[in-house]
Design a protein around this ligand. Structure first.
Ligand SMILES: Cc1ncc(COP(=O)(O)OP(=O)(O)O)c(N)n1
Ligand SMILES: Cc1nc(C(=O)O)sc1CCOP(=O)(O)O
Ligand SMILES: [Mg+2]
Length: 212
């Protein structure tokens, strides 16, 4: 695969305490980095801003130790407070074009979820650093999704834009190669790593498939 110079990350872990099924989420994060994860997003859908901030600070100690970018899901104020590498937002969040105008985010990574084809033409896509293709395959981890793109949908989007594409949704060892072949620059996973008995091994195996 070709590595995108503007988004040189291939294995993207999206993490929450709940998705780690009782394991220490900070240990899961560290093990996943040792296994080959290139970038991590903290996604805590039910946390208060205060709780989110506490978790984000702890996770940032780990990502900083390994020089791995930490992306914050939804909570842009937390992102600013901890000076994260960037934010990920979707259609129900603050929009990328408004966020890009904020001083703090001018040189940071902004990720934007694509649920409809027409979004490829909008001002938010233009100012985003990568597009989350949302979802490739339906997943129990996030049920409020719109379009199941599938591999054909991903290929179609690949033919329509040069933006880095991050595929997400039910991606695991058995389908990751086909997702890369269909045109993804990176794959984002939750359960394939967070729910694994051995997160380091799970990350290592995924990364090997991606790099093949
Ligand atoms: C890499 C990546 N892609 C898509 C999403 C989904 O974001 P969003 O549509 O805002 O939904 P929530 O994650 O906020 O439930 C993502 N988080 N990461
Ligand atoms: C956080 C997230 N966003 C999605 C989207 O479609 O936008 S799917 C998803 C969850 C991905 O988890 P898993 O790897 O366990 O399927
Ligand atoms: Mg969101």
């Amino acid at each position: 695969m070709t590595i995108s110079p503007s988004f040189p990350y291939q294995l993207y872990l999206v993490i929450s305490e709940k998705d780690c099924l009782g394991k220490d989420f900070l240990k899961v994060a560290e093990q996943s980095i040792l296994g080959g994860v290139d970038i991590i997003q903290l996604r805590e859908k039910k946390a208060s801003t205060e709780d989110f901030l506490v978790k984000a600070l702890k996770l940032k100690d780990i990502t900083d130790k390994y020089n791995i970018p930490l992306i914050i899901n939804d909570h842009c104020k937390v992102a600013e407070k901890i000076n994260s590498a960037g934010v990920h937002v979707g259609n129900n969040d603050r929009s990328p074009s408004v966020l890009r105008d904020q001083q703090f985010l001018q040189d940071k990574i902004i990720g934007y979820s694509i649920e409809y084809l027409h979004q490829l033409e909008n001002e938010h896509t233009k100012v985003s650093d990568y597009l989350g293709i949302s979802p490739i395959f339906r997943t129990d981890t996030k049920k409020d999704t719109v379009t199941e793109w599938g591999l054909d949908g991903l290929s179609q989007i690949r033919s329509l834009t040069d933006k880095p594409l991050v595929a997400i949704g039910n991606i695991n060892l058995s389908n990751v190669s086909s997702v890369i072949k269909a045109g993804a620059d990176a794959v984002a996973v939750i359960s394939a790593i967070c729910a694994a008995e051995n997160p380091e091994k799970a990350a290592f195996e995924l990364k090997n498939q991606i790099l093949k």
